[in-house]
Design a protein around this ligand. Structure first.
Ligand SMILES: C[S@@+](CC[C@H](N)C(=O)[O-])C[C@H]1O[C@@H](n2cnc3c(N)ncnc32)[C@H](O)[C@@H]1O
Length: 355
């Protein structure tokens, strides 16, 4: 999986325990990003819907969530990857923009990205292999980039990994079906159907994913856009349509409130960070239409989960949010019995030490 701002790698064991306790048959991952949480739900046998506004996230979701590993012709996939892997480099827009005018990748890798992406377009567009091959290319490029994980800038000296040769690997697919949806959570939330478990992991500050991962947007769109600045960002980064309401302090709280109200689910789990624009109490209030609401907090650096800030069944606060600095919050809302089962599971999970 790619390096990704706000990726929930270390929370996955907790979310897995939550999904197990909820017995989720139908699950929603509304801001899916890398799809690692959606994959965790799918691994447990849930029918997963994965949603994100980013083009590359839709590619990941089509690959890891919507594709059924049992339906894939693995020999054909291996042959396609072998073919693409051995294409000679053919410098084009990607090399010129991201290796010469900017320095996100070394030119020897950029030329191969150009050749491979061109061939995917010419030979596999519209085929079931397309999202798998694009995922393989995105992840291969990520392993040889020269950034700190964000694409607003590249490092001054080439990163050591950027000298390595780009290597396509087959994505590790999961059995079972699922759904990949690209779009704005605010307009989609009420249209997606009903779920046993809905997980919401929205952005929580001003850092836009569209600009921080503009290279991946362009690699998927393959539209050679005009660009600006040292980072060669897409010109449509300036277009208000590419802005998310979750990245502005003024619009974020109402957008989140609306999405939480619109999602039709038995158990709702919202990830948040206590450095964001909405406090834990506000977040709990947004979920108050569910019978029971509890907040879990996890150390964001060490990720030794520290469970604090829990309310009793009458809604009285047992912990205080002032102790939650630099913590990842998980608000769990739903029927009392389910929420209590989740807390028991998470509290006894290996990744979590009760606070
Ligand atoms: C914190 S990240 C999610 C990370 C993900 N849980 C993971 O572990 O990889 C937030 C995601 O929200 C997406 N996003 C931002 N605004 C959105 C919107 N209005 N609708 C849908 N997705 C949005 C971003 O593209 C980004 O992938």
């Amino acid at each position: 999986m790619i390096k990704y701002l706000g990726s929930k790698r270390r929370l996955v064991p907790v979310l897995e325990a939550v999904a197990r306790a909820a017995g989720a048959g139908a699950a929603l991952d509304l801001f899916t990003g890398t799809t690692r949480v959606a994959q965790c739900f799918k691994r447990l046998g849930a029918a997963v819907t994965a949603v994100d506004s980013a083009r590359y996230a839709e590619v990941f979701a089509r690959c890891y969530v919507a594709t059924d590993a049992d339906e894939v012709d693995h020999r054909q996939l291996a042959a396609a990857l072998e073919h693409l892997q051995h294409l000679p480099g053919a410098p084009g827009y990607f090399t010129e923009t991201f290796c010469v005018r900017s320095r996100f990748f070394q030119p020897h890798n950029g030329a191969r990205v150009d050749a491979i992406r061109q061939a995917i377009d010419a030979e596999f567009a519209g085929s079931p292999l397309e999202p798998l091959l694009l995922t393989s290319l995105l992840e291969a490029a990520d392993r040889v980039d020269s950034t700190t994980g964000l694409q607003m800038a590249y490092v001054k000296q080439w990163a050591p990994r950027s000298y390595r040769d780009l290597e396509l690997r087959p994505p590790v697919l999961l059995a079972g079906g699922g759904r990949a949806v690209r779009g704005d959570a605010c307009t989609l939330a009420s249209t997606l159907g009903s779920f046993d478990l809905a997980y919401l992991d929205p952005p929580y500050n001003q850092h836009r994913y569209f600009t921080n991962y503009h290279v991946w947007e362009t690699l998927v769109a393959w539209d050679a856009p005009a660009h600006y600045g040292v980072a060669c960002k897409r010109v449509d980064s300036r277009d208000p349509a590419t802005r998310s309401p979750f990245n502005a302090k003024r619009t974020m709280p109402s957008a989140l409130r609306q999405v939480i109200a619109d999602v039709d689910c038995e158990l709702l789990v919202v990830s948040y960070n206590d450095e964001g624009w909405v406090g834990a109490e506000d977040l709990e209030a947004m979920c108050a239409h569910h019978p029971e609401v509890r907040t879990l907090a996890f150390e964001s650096t060490r990720y030794v989960g520290a469970r604090i800030g829990i309310h009793d069944p009458a809604g009285r606060r047992v912990g205080t949010v002032s102790h939650l600095t630099n913590r990842e919050l998980l608000v769990v809302a739903g029927p009392g019995a389910t929420v209590r089962r989740v807390l028991e599971q998470v509290g006894s999970g290996r990744a979590v030490v009760p606070g």
